[in-house]
Design a protein around this ligand. Structure first.
Ligand SMILES: [Zn+2]
Length: 352
């Protein structure tokens, strides 16, 4: 499968990768952040093909026909090394030594071994990279810092936030959210009308400002909602801690905070992915894809959108902006500013 096959769904990602490839400034290490493990695994192979194919198209994409492309496709390429969690604990551990299979040390020794075929690209893929424990992640950093020549490292994960910041900062992030997720109906009721207004409302600043304020307000409440939800679940448990000595109580409090943080993260991801999914769906409608073929038709079905009423250029541009927003918000501290800029750009049709 070539990268071009993902273009309809993730135009921004694919175009950015191919243009970097053509310019010779493609990164050597990537994190593929996706909620669909089959999708991210297929995408990783396509990326590996684009990087390794000896006879690529002018677009930068792999030919898909040559021996390297075919071997990567059926995973028989001799320079392809994979690491995935296999133990019961679902952890990727560092391992005793390089002879212990499916451990970080084993993976690294293979990856750094002088290539037998000579000259070909080395491809390392870590599946469920968030399953690397701390020790394995620290060890992996060495490979990221000093990769073998002509190599490509790809980490696949639904949750990049569990990776060390030092790992994340050394990899380029690729965001492929397919939004198979089931959306909270309550939240859809709040968010979707705002997105509809943004897509189909008047192109002026007051519309953009109204939408931005609404989205910022919804996003701002998420942490409180997460805390309330966890507190409700932990009620009895938290009551019991009053009888514990202070060290025990501290531990419980710490776990409570961690549970709230994880709940909040999930809610925020779902909120952001809903924004992205909306624009992806509107874009697909503009391309003539029927409503019932969409992943989450319930997102758009309530608005009776006629495909001929959609400006396909605006839909495409908005989808790109929403992909960009998700990328920015993953690392950004000032999410409000990013949301406001996003709303302005979508409503006013900035070419950015
Ligand atoms: Zn090829």
């Amino acid at each position: 499968m070539q990268l071009l096959q993902f273009q309809n769904e993730f135009p921004f990602v694919v175009n950015a990768l191919l243009s970097a490839k053509r310019a010779g400034r493609l990164s050597h290490s990537f994190i593929v952040h996706s909620d669909d493990s089959t999708l991210s695994a297929d995408f990783a192979i396509s990326l590996a093909q684009a990087v390794s194919c000896p006879e690529p198209f002018d677009s930068g994409d792999a030919c898909g026909e040559c021996q390297v492309c075919r071997q990567l496709e059926n995973r028989t390429y001799s320079e392809l090394f994979a690491l995935a969690p296999v133990s019961k604990s679902r952890q990727i551990v560092i391992g005793k030594d390089s002879d212990e299979p499916d451990t970080m040390r084993w993976f690294q020794s293979q990856f750094h071994l002088k290539s037998v075929s000579g000259g070909g690209m080395k491809i390392g893929i870590v599946y469920d990279a968030d399953c690397m424990n701390q020790e394995a992640q620290n060890c992996f950093l060495k490979t990221l810092e000093e990769p073998p020549p002509s190599s490509l490292l790809i980490l696949l994960t639904p949750n990049p936030f569990t990776l060390l910041p030092t790992i994340r900062s050394r990899c380029q992030n690729i965001l492929l959210l397919r939004n198979k997720s089931v959306y909270d109906a309550e939240k859809m009721k709040d968010v979707l009308p705002v997105l509809h207004m943004l897509s189909f409302g008047k192109a002026d600043i007051s519309v953009a400002e109204t939408c931005a304020s609404e989205l910022i307000c919804i996003s701002g409440k998420l942490h409180d909602i997460a805390e309330e939800k966890i507190a409700g679940k932990w009620k009895k448990f938290l009551g019991d801690t009053k009888n514990l000595e202070s060290a025990g109580q501290k531990l419980i409090e710490k776990r409570f905070d961690a549970a709230v943080a994880s709940e909040y993260l999930g809610m925020r991801n779902s909120f952001l992915s809903m924004i992205h999914a909306w624009f992806a769906h509107v874009h697909m409608l503009s391309q003539g894809i029927p409503l019932d073929s969409l992943a989450n038709p319930e997102l758009v079905s309530g608005f009776k959108i006629k495909p001929e009423d959609i400006d396909p250029k605006k839909a495409y541009r908005s989808l790109r902006l929403s992909e960009n927003l998700l990328q920015v918000l993953q690392w950004s501290v000032n999410g409000d500013l990013a949301l406001r800029e996003f709303c302005l750009n979508v409503a006013l049709g900035s070419k950015k």
